[in-house]
Write a protein that binds this ligand. Structure first.
Ligand code: IMP
Length: 198
C-alpha cells in the first residue's frame, strides 16, 4: 500500500519506514514532485499536522500522513513547543536552537521536558489523529552524534544517555514519533484486515 509521508526529512523517513515494517510503501514529498514549502502556521501540533496532510490530499490527491513535533520544557512554560524548528530563527538551525535552550536554562535545575508528536492521517477522505509522547530531561550540554534536532540535549526518563547516543531502533522503541507511529501502524493493520474481509 502506497502512502505519502509529508516530509523530506531523511531521518524521519528512515525512522518511520522501519517502524512501518516494510509493509507500506512510504513515499516522500520529493518522490511525488512536491517541492514547495507546505504551510504550517497553526499554533498547535494537531493543527499543523492536519494542515500539511490536507494540503497534500487536496493538491496531489494521495492518501497521506503528516506529523508535527514539539519539545515542551516545563521551566520555559512549555516552549519551544510548536515553534521547535525555528526557535532560534528562520534558519531552522539545530545547533542554534539547542544553544538557545541551554542558555535559557543555565540557571535552573528544573530540567523536566517532553517531546510530543501528532500524526494526522487522511485515508479514503477520512481524517485520523495519533499522538505519542516521551518524558525526559534537558541535559546541561549536548551529548552524542546520532539523530537530529534536539536529540543531543534530551535524555529520556529511565536512561543515562541522550537520544543522540542511542541507535535508531532503540530511540524508535520509546520516542514520541515511535509511539505515535505505533498507533498509526495498529490503525492501518486493523483497517487492512477489515478491507481483506470485504
Ligand atoms: P517537526 O514538526 O517534526 O518538523 O519537528 C519540529 C522540530 O522539532 C524539528 O525541527 C526538530 O528540531 C525537533 N524534533 C522533531 N523530532 C525530533 C526528534 O526526534 N529528536 C530531536 N528533535 C526533534
Amino acid at each position: 500500500m502506497k502512502l505519502v509521508f509529508a516530509t523530506n526529512n531523511q531521518h524521519k523517513l528512515e525512522e518511520i519506514s522501519r517502524l512501518l515494517d516494510g509493509k507500506y510503501d512510504i513515499v516522500s514529498l520529493n518522490a511525488i514532485g512536491c517541492h514547495e514549502d507546505i504551510p504550517e502556521d497553526h499554533d498547535t501540533l494537531q493543527g499543523n499536522a492536519l494542515q500539511k496532510a490536507r494540503y497534500i490530499q487536496e493538491h496531489y490527491g494521495y492518501d497521506c500522513f503528516a506529523d508535527d513535533t514539539g519539545l515542551e520544557i516545563e521551566a520555559l512554560g512549555n516552549r519551544p513547543g510548536v515553534y521547535s524548528a525555528r526557535y532560534a530563527g528562520p534558519a531552522k538551525d539545530s545547533i542554534a536552537n539547542m544553544q538557545k535552550v541551554l542558555e535559557e536554562m543555565a540557571d535552573t535545575d528544573h530540567r523536566q521536558a517532553c517531546f510530543r508528536t501528532v500524526i494526522a492521517l487522511i485515508l479514503n477522505g477520512e481524517e485520523h489523529l495519533f499522538e505519542g509522547r516521551v518524558d525526559g530531561s534537558i541535559l546541561r550540554a549536548p551529548q552524542g552524534e546520532a539523530g537530529f534536532g534536539y536529540d543531543p540535549i534530551f535524555q529520556p526518563e529511565g536512561y543515562t544517555v541522550s537520544f543522540a547516543e542511542m541507535d535508531i531502533d532503540e530511540k524508535n522503541r520509546i520516542s514520541h514519533r515511535g509511539r505515535a507511529t505505533q498507533k498509526l501502524y495498529e490503525f492501518l493493520s486493523q483497517h487492512d484486515s477489515l478491507e481483506d474481509k470485504r
